[in-house]
Design a protein around this ligand. Structure first.
Ligand code: 1CP
Length: 347
């Protein structure tokens, strides 16, 4: 096992507010970096990159080398899970993900850890390699998509605008939909557990489409499955903190934190920070929440918002991040500007 090093992100989870707070950025590896595009173009497409441990590890480390974030996040995608469950996924240039037609839960069968593992072994190999190469102050974050968000892609066959297909499915075939969520809970617990065993020190559960549900649906499809995943991970790996990201959940963020048992929540940019400080930061560690478009703009406009977030949320345990992922058109020098600002910040 690894010795206990002083990694700022892990200290925050012990309840220590740090000045300046640690930071990392969702989608910190990706198309805005020329060195990413170079490696991405060397192979046969995006999924091939996710399943090539040497290149995936290199891409994971690229932003750390440039900007020295406090955490690296495994380079992979939430959609490797349906792929490994037997619903093929393809990423077509400029079109986003395309999935094979949803075969039905009974066709996908009971969760089979052996076949699942065979597909995902290269991802675990990436985790091990990155962990070996990371400096002693940088934590490694593993992740998966939350069952609801992954189910949207499986039922819609790709990205969606209005989620009509998945909502109609879920409301008219509630038992079948619950079975799908249960299958995804099994797969996620297994997948995240393996990531921990290969070196992940913190986990994040991405529920990017949590914000399109009413309260009852949010309870059943977002909170229920997430609570089960967190409970089972905490049972086996009590030392590994879990960050939940129910994007655009609004006031339901409070219920989410109270109900699911996550150790931290990642806030999107629609959450007002003084409300968050009062209502959420008193319950758990918070992470967030600069609008990614401000990073595209950079300069004083960005710094003003940054300063506001840091001065309000930086007093209690806090991890700085964006409200959603780095956008592909972000100038890399703006990320350097952001990193310098956060690093030199004091109240
Ligand atoms: O061509 C390319 O290079 C593809 C662009 C890309 C990248 C860089 C995709 C396709 N996925 C990724 C990596 C990725 N995806 C990471 C890597 C680690 C990091 O953050 O640096 C992570 C954590 C994800 C997670 C992910 N994938 C989410 C949840 C977070 C979010 O952004 O909301 C979702 C929804 C996906 C699905 C996905 N992957 C890729 C695309 C184009 C999409 C569809 C997005 C949509 O429907 O709007």
């Amino acid at each position: 096992m690894h010795a206990l090093p002083r990694k700022p992100i892990l200290q925050v989870f012990k309840g220590e507010p740090l000045t300046p707070p640690p930071f990392w950025l969702m989608r910190q590896a990706g198309r805005y970096l020329p060195e990413y595009r170079e490696i991405r173009n060397r192979g046969k497409g995006f999924l091939d990159l996710c399943f090539s441990p040497d290149r995936a590890a290199e891409v994971t480390l690229q932003p750390i080398k440039r900007y020295g974030m406090d955490a690296a996040i495994l380079f992979s995608d939430i959609l490797v899970v349906p792929h490994a469950l037997g619903q093929g996924v393809d990423f077509q240039e400029g079109e986003g993900p395309v999935l094979e037609d949803f075969p039905g839960v009974s066709k996908l069968g009971e969760f089979n850890p052996d076949t699942f593992h065979k597909y995902l072994e290269p991802v675990y190999e990436t985790v091990s390699r990155v962990r070996e190469k990371l400096g002693e102050n940088t934590a490694l974050i593993g992740f998966c998509g939350a069952p609801w968000t992954v189910a949207t892609y499986m039922i819609e066959g790709g990205s969606s605008r209005d989620f009509t297909t998945v909502k109609t499915f879920a409301l008219s075939q509630p038992q079948e939909f619950q079975n799908l969520l249960s299958l995804l809970v099994e797969a996620s617990v297994h997948y995240l557990g393996k990531q921990i065993e290969c070196g992940a020190e913190v986990l994040q559960i991405f529920d990017s489409w949590a914000g399109v549900l009413d309260e009852r649906q949010f309870q059943q499809w977002v909170m229920g499955p997430t609570k089960e995943i967190v409970r089972r991970l905490h049972e086996t790996y009590p030392h590994v903190p879990v960050i939940g990201f129910p994007r655009q959940a609004g006031p339901l963020y409070v219920d989410y934190v109270k109900e699911t048992g996550v150790d931290a929540v990642s806030l999107d940019q629609t959450m007002p920070v003084s409300w968050v400080a009062r209502e959420i930061q008193t319950l758990c560690v918070v992470q967030g929440n600069l609008d990614p478009h401000l990073l595209v703009t950079g300069g004083d406009v960005m710094k003003e918002s940054l300063g506001g977030i840091l001065s309000i949320l930086g007093k209690a345990p806090f991890i700085f991040n964006l409200g959603h992922g780095v956008l592909p058109m972000t100038p890399p020098e703006h990320v350097a500007e952001l990193a310098a600002f956060v690093r030199s910040w004091s109240p």
